[in-house]
Ligand binder design. Sequence first.
Ligand SMILES: Nc1ncnc2c1ncn2[C@@H]1O[C@H](COP(=O)(O)OP(=O)(O)OP(=O)(O)O)[C@@H](O)[C@H]1O
Ligand SMILES: [Mg+2]
Length: 507
Amino acid sequence: MTKPALPVVSMDAITKTFPGVKALDAVRLDLYPGQVTALVGENGAGKSTTVKILTGIYRPDGGTIRIDGTPVTIDSANAAADAGITAIHQETVLFDELSVAENIFIGHAPRTRTGLIDKTQMHRAAEKLLREIDAPIDPRTRLRDLGIANKHLVAIARALSVDARVVIMDEPTAALSHKEITELYELIETLKSQGKAILFISHKFDEIFRIADRYTVFRDGAFVGEGRIADIDEDALVKMMVGRTVDHIFPDRGSTIAEDVLQVAGYSHPTEFADIGFTLRRGEILGFYGLVGAGRSEFMQALFGITKPSKGVCKISGKIRVIRSPADAVANGIVYVPEDRGRQGAIIGLPIFQNITLPSLGRTSRAGFLRLAEEFALARTYAERLDLRAAALDQDVGNLSGGNQQKIVIAKWLATQPQVIILDEPTKGIDIGSKAAVHAFMAELAEQGLSIIMVSSEIPEVIGMSDRAIIMRDGRIVAELEGDALRPETLVRHAAGITASPQLEEA
Ligand SMILES: Nc1ncnc2c1ncn2[C@@H]1O[C@H](COP(=O)(O)OP(=O)(O)OP(=O)(O)O)[C@@H](O)[C@H]1O
Ligand SMILES: [Mg+2]
């Protein structure tokens, strides 16, 4: 390996304080041309704050940013674009009511000589950008009509619409399907070969080791170290990040699985899924595995009453229940924590503790009075169990890091003490250290009699946590596995629809 060239971007002694939190304490970060640098750290370590400083959303309190060795001030989004820095944010702000092309070119649309937006030109340019990233989207489509994955592609196209030398990706693959992730990796290779410097943030270590050339580690807002990926292994990187070794051993499932709680039969939908049937027992964790697009989330939304199945029967504790709305589901003891927690999740503007206790007010109020102390106690229990990193429980959730907001959403639904909880990708966006805490808490709640449906695309999580797992492909259940049959190759084979070779199919 040759020594890398001089950094395009060099951040030095950057500090950023929010009321009560030192988000960044004299950190450094160098980004090199044609190289992918992974910024690694726990939830709340300061990664997104760094991104926001580089993109002109926040001003640092101190420190220097140099571009090609020259100190610069990045005090606005335009200044960042002028410096050749562009970002795909964890929560990119896109506008539902605008078209795809308008979203891509907002703020820098091509104009006609008279100063009006040149729509023809804009659509053509958008089409070209979308084609370059292999996104099969019509630039005239209203953003609202796209799914999450396609919205991400629009965000990527928008980021690349400025002439960038530095591309920042903050957890870009969190909402993408397997195929789109592969395409994103290809896109990153293309950007590298064009000499762009890439800053890549992810909680997925396999991904970091696959695509990054360099790493920088932050812990609690401080710089811990940097180096070449080729010179470090996963254990060492995790240790730098968490400050201790993490043996993620899945909790022992002392299964006290009891009577049937939920029985589903023949659930079908005109386009998304067909003939879904299974039984969930008290105290059980039932995994749902499948490739993205297998129809798992769509089925869960129907079960929770967000969408309507065309047919199917749902029995709760032996009695047929018709669930027409989420309110019906909640009244019947079923709650759903969606994958897209950003949208449907935390209530920004309310403090953490109220976000947790709001849906369970029945539990914390007596005779119409809201007992603040009880609310706090309830919130504290859940916050601790899910390893929430926050300065104080009366802090606005909006100020929490992405991963910590996700923990709040899970906490708030768990606090309602449902009979059945559906967790869609429960540890997505949650760092490797906190994952173990979330898993341990799930196991403990199951032990206490909660029935959990866990939709997960992470094979170790499915195998490590599930008492039984259902595998879906193309909207149908293709297998139900438990015990020794729960093996990675079996899951993959069923999910992908690969017919078994004779050697694989043993007793
Ligand atoms: N606007 C804000 N006001 C107050 N505190 C903030 C604000 N933005 C971030 N913080 C705090 O700064 C710290 C760093 O947050 P940041 O979002 O950078 O974390 P992160 O490393 O991106 O974490 P995650 O992996 O969860 O996305 C956290 O303690 C967070 O609560
Ligand atoms: Mg973040």
